[in-house]
Design a protein around this ligand. Structure first.
Ligand SMILES: C[S@@+](CC[C@H](N)C(=O)[O-])C[C@H]1O[C@@H](n2cnc3c(N)ncnc32)[C@H](O)[C@@H]1O
Length: 213
């Protein structure tokens, strides 16, 4: 290959790298969406208002293990780590290797673990990381576009992995996730955040202390 050919071939790569650096996490998120639009389900990460509202009801003193499904580029990870106790742990699970690689490179907090896998396997993942239960589980999954059977399996696994008194926090662009939650969670609080692209439905499903396990 001549020097000129090399320069011509390297240019699009360089350009791609520059564009990615300029847009930071947004660029990585957009690339993840372009590669897998159905699984990612959104072009823009959640807004600060969605994050604050969603995390508002969490009792951080009682939270030793926080699990997040579908962290993307970590929009919720940093705010969760800011609130999490020093001896707490945050495990995030995503099916997209691009996002998991990015999170492992950019978040170095010792309480943080990024797992490449499916939320449907949450029980095995929690156990294999040395925990019996999760205190809170947060989901940004696109429930409406998940393959058949995956949504119900995730809702059932989440119910089992939560400790009594814990909660399943869900944000979505449609209300479909609520139908999956209702099969297990008797008490679900609803919210809405319009300052998000697109506006997000918020749900908090509580596993009450007296719930049938
Ligand atoms: C809408 S994005 C969430 C974005 C991010 N949490 C935010 O607040 O900006 C959905 C994420 O779910 C992930 N995902 C889709 N199916 C999954 C599954 N079965 N298990 C874990 N993650 C999944 C996608 O790779 C993507 O990162």
């Amino acid at each position: 290959m001549t020097t000129r050919q090399y320069a011509e071939e390297a240019l699009p790569q360089k350009l791609k790298r520059r564009v990615k650096q300029f847009f930071g996490p947004w660029g990585v998120f957009f690339e993840g969406f372009v590669r897998n639009p159905v699984m990612v389900g959104s072009i823009i990460p959640s807004s600060d208002r969605t994050i604050a509202k969603m995390l508002g009801p969490v009792d951080w003193d009682e939270c030793k293990l926080f699990v997040e499904y579908g962290p993307g580029v970590g929009t919720f990870c940093r705010p969760v780590l800011d609130r999490l106790r020093r001896d707490g742990a945050l495990i995030v699970i995503d099916t997209n290797p691009l996002f998991i690689d990015y999170l492992r490179k950019t978040i170095t907090d010792s309480r943080f673990t990024a797992v490449l896998g499916s939320a449907a396997d949450v029980e095995d993942i929690v156990l294999s990381h040395g925990h019996e239960h999760a205190d809170y589980v947060l989901s940004g999954l696109p429930f409406s576009t998940l393959p058949d059977g995956v949504g119900p399996a995730i809702a059932a696994g989440t119910w089992r992995v939560l400790r009594p008194g814990g909660a399943f926090l869900v944000y979505q662009f449609t209300a479909k996730a609520r139908a999956f939650m209702e099969r297990h969670f008797r008490r679900i609080d609803n919210g809405m955040e319009f300052w998000n692209v697109p506006p997000a439905f918020l749900f908090w499903g509580w596993k009450d202390e007296d719930a049938d396990v």
